[in-house]
Ligand binder design. Structure first.
Ligand code: ADP
Ligand code: MG
Length: 236
């Protein structure tokens, strides 16, 4: 689903590579956990999938990243939005509307879907993420875990095949983190969504991962493998 073909990234004014020699495939319908020390290139790698790198960040991308056959260098993030949903650490910073229902509908507005289709997808997403009782609530009144579930829901309404999440539980307490991870696991199992999730607290997510992609940093090449296998030589 996501293919990295000898991918390296170097930012402007930077002597070294932010990401070097990534050459691997993340299969469809798996939850792939991206781990590595701070500065090892996790956010950069996620950015090459969503198109933020290099379109918004600048810098030079060599090699090729394709998502479902679409080359992210030739498509700007907006042209990937129907295929790749992106969720960050701080949902409140990215909310565009004030209530749960409005936020879920917002992501679809640029796609030109019929109003009836949009309403149905909002209902589906409310159910899928366990948000139905919160539909009319102000986003600011929600707990951190609920806000993060809304952020995930707001990108799911367009039915992306891939979901990219950059440390989505880092601001959450363990219970709320659990709530978000359970939702992600359901997406992988029920919808066959491919999830790529960066996290530095490995212990929180490793039980949910089908595969682990380790970015060791310090110029060492990335390693992709089964969780148990990667854990035995992980520095994190
Ligand atoms: P991680 O998410 O694992 O902490 P990043 O991908 O954020 O790693 O960063 C990898 C390297 O690239 C770091 O050395 C960081 O300082 C640098 N970097 C990240 N984003 C930018 C940017 N927009 N411009 C220049 N350098 C950057
Ligand atoms: Mg990061």
């Amino acid at each position: 689903m996501i293919t990295f073909d000898r991918v390296s990234v170097r930012y402007a004014d930077s002597a070294g590579f932010a990401l070097h020699g990534v050459d691997l495939t993340v299969p469809e319908g798996e939850l792939c956990l991206l781990v590595g020390p701070s500065g090892s290139g996790k956010s950069t790698l996620l950015g090459t999938v969503s198109g933020l790198v290099p379109h918004f960040t600048g810098g030079e991308l060599t090699g090729r990243v394709t998502v479902d056959g679409r080359d992210t260098r030739d498509h700007r993030p907006r042209e990937l939005a129907d295929l790749v949903g992106t969720v960050g650490q701080d949902p409140i910073a990215h909310f565009v509307t004030d209530t749960v229902e409005d936020e879920l509908a917002y992501g679809m507005e640029s796609l030109g879907l019929a109003p009836a289709v949009m309403r149905r997808r909002v209902e589906e997403t409310l159910d899928l993420l366990g948000l139905a009782e919160l539909r009319g609530r102000a986003l600011r009144s929600l707990s951190g875990g609920q806000q993060q579930r809304v952020a995930i829901g707001s990108v799911l309404t367009v039915h992306p095949k891939v979901l990219v999440l950059d440390e989505p539980t880092s601001a959450l307490d363990p219970g709320a983190a659990e709530e978000v991870l359970a939702v992600l696991q359901r997406l992988v199992h029920d919808l066959g969504t491919t999830v790529l999730l960066a996290e530095h607290r490995l212990e929180r997510v490793v039980q949910y991962a089908d595969q682990v992609l380790l970015l060791p940093g310090r110029g060492e090449p990335p390693v992709l493998g089964e969780p148990a296998e990667i854990m035995t030589h992980s520095p994190v």
